[in-house]
Design a protein around this ligand. Structure first.
Ligand SMILES: C[S@@+](CC[C@H](N)C(=O)[O-])C[C@H]1O[C@@H](n2cnc3c(N)ncnc32)[C@H](O)[C@@H]1O
Length: 512
């Protein structure tokens, strides 16, 4: 079997768990260009190409909310492209097309794109396809275009390599992935239990133990099968990736996560390390960040026709003035009545009084939608006596370094019509447990929310929705705890439930 046929068979047999990838949203990529003072194509009318788009979930999510932009996705797996086409057709999405073809067959005649996305492909394909990816970024990017390429990086990935090698050693590639997986995990568990109390437990077992508990038993088989059982998975050093980028006559712009580039502001070990060893160049800085933070995955942005010297890396908070900003922090009170700030991924945040607290309260006043700097700075001055735009910009910069805010350039916030988005309805019909919002974010839907989505379509009506839900309840399709004792109670509970669902959907940007 050739390596291309193997890839095709692998993804046709175990389709990738394709999810929305908010970090690839054109407004997020453009924000990094804005941060470094580099021009970019307006996301609103952008032409976007995704290489290795799987079943098109990411592109369809963006196409749904960006009606004036055009999207093209390609993938080698026929089963996934068919699914992508089926969903686009059902949604009447005329601004997205999919092609069943290899990355290697995209040439300059394929057209020019303002944004090229290639997520989760580069490390998992042979060198000639890697070369083709970078060639496409050179030949098919428009003058102000930005390419996104993600890949596994060394030395961080070496810690995971042990588990991959064990899987490879245990079963041949022609055994179905799920079977290889089950066998491998139970085998590793037995091996680790056997050596658990050994005085000199091999370092290998510590690495496997860590991998087993942090990833192997935690992530979905559709992700794991490709990461650990795929024929190709060749992580590289950032330095070597950069060499390939330069060879392809492209320029490295930066990482898609601004925090990962300005993290030394907030990351104590990096701060300490760079104090001891001030880096002499961007490459040295980035390579050190990988090693000090043990990073195993990168999401790099590339441009063409620009040189490193045209990229302004001496960042000052001024760039915020052109952007939309959002945080995922919430504010609550603990049992002693103390205010607690919590970030959805990073946990409890302790802001410095007084301005740090005012800055968080400012962002929280706009919490559910990205807001422009000017509006935020005005709110900050109102809350913080004596606090001005400059102070707010400095605090935002630290928050960005800590990964506590997201930035967007030229973001169009669509006016959502009444009812849940048609995309959410389609996602539920397609058996997905999540949908995307206008920021390209994945919104997980719990079983009850999934149940209610079809009742909230278009110009939906509360009393019709309640009547329908009451019928379904009577048929035993869901239960309520405690069980209501009469019809009035049933109605009241259902009305409250629908109201809660709708307000959550509005907050997440999937209902108007
Ligand atoms: C790990 S999946 C990533 C999917 C998606 N980009 C994501 O990150 O969710 C890799 C995808 O690349 C596709 N692929 C692999 N080699 C390819 C090639 N030569 N040409 C086009 N697609 C390819 C596979 O079919 C698969 O859908």
């Amino acid at each position: 079997m050739t390596s291309q046929t193997q890839t095709l068979v692998a993804y046709d047999q175990v389709p990738y768990l394709a999810n929305p990838l908010p970090q690839t949203h054109p407004s997020r990529l453009a924000a990094i260009a804005a941060m470094f003072g580099v021009s970019y194509a307006p996301p609103k009318r952008a032409r976007v190409l995704e290489l290795g788009c799987a079943s098109g979930v990411n592109l369809l999510g963006m196409a749904h909310f960006m009606a004036e932009a055009k999207f093209v996705g390609i993938d080698l797996s026929m089963a996934q492209i068919r699914e992508a086409e089926r969903r686009a057709k059902e949604l009447n999405a005329s601004n997205v097309v999919y092609h069943h073809m290899s990355i290697e067959d995209v040439d300059s005649k394929f057209g020019q794109f303002d944004y090229i996305i290639c997520h989760g492909v580069y490390s998992w394909v042979p060198p000639r396809v890697q070369e083709a990816i970078l060639r496409i970024c050179r030949e098919n990017l428009s003058d102000d275009g930005i390419a996104f390429v993600s890949y596994n990086v060394q030395p961080g990935w070496r810690m995971k390599q042990a588990a991959r090698d064990v899987f490879m050693a245990l079963t041949p590639p022609d055994v179905p992935a799920a079977q290889r997986w089950e066998y491998g995990v139970s085998w590793i568990k037995d091996a680790l239990e056997t050596t658990a109390n050994d005085e000199k437990r091999p370092l290998l077992h510590q690495a496997l133990d860590n991998e087993l508990n942090s990833t192997l038993t935690q992530r979905d088989i559709r992700y794991l099968a490709h990461e650990y059982l795929e024929e190709n998975n060749e992580p590289c050093l950032f330095r070597d990736f950069l060499a390939q980028v330069n060879k392809a006559e492209l320029t490295y712009l930066g990482d898609v996560e601004p925090a990962s580039m300005v993290r030394h502001i907030a990351h104590p070990s990096l701060r300490e390390f760079f104090k001891r060893r001030p880096p002499q160049s961007m490459v040295e800085t980035e390579q050190a960040i990988d090693i000090i933070t043990g990073r195993s995955f990168r999401q790099s942005l590339l441009v063409r026709g620009k040189t490193q010297s045209q990229i302004n890396r001496a960042l000052t908070p001024d760039f915020f003035k052109k952007l939309h900003i959002q945080t995922r922090i919430t504010r609550s009170e603990d049992k002693d009545g103390q205010v607690v700030y919590t970030h959805s991924k990073l946990g409890k945040i302790t802001p410095n009084p007084p301005y740090g607290i005012h800055a968080l309260d400012t962002l929280l006043a706009h919490a559910n939608k990205p807001a422009v700097f000017k509006d935020l700075a005005e709110k900050f001055s109102e809350l913080a006596n004596g606090g001005n735009e400059g102070i707010f910009g400095d605090i935002l910069f630290s928050l960005l370094g800590a990964g506590l805010v997201e930035i967007y350039a030229d973001l169009s916030i669509p006016a959502l019509p009444k009812g849940v988005t048609p995309l959410a309805v389609l996602d539920i019909k397609s058996g997905r447990e999540s949908t995307s919002n206008y920021l390209g974010e994945m919104i997980n839907l719990d079983p009850m929310q999934r149940f209610v989505v079809p009742l909230l379509q278009g110009d939906w009506d509360m009393s019709e929705a309640i009547t329908k839900l009451a019928e379904l309840y009577a048929k035993g399709q869901f239960t309520m705890n405690p069980a209501p004792t009469n019809d009035d109670q049933i109605k009241k509970i259902l009305e409250q439930l629908v109201n809660n669902v709708v307000s959550t959907f509005k907050i997440h940007g999937i209902a108007g």
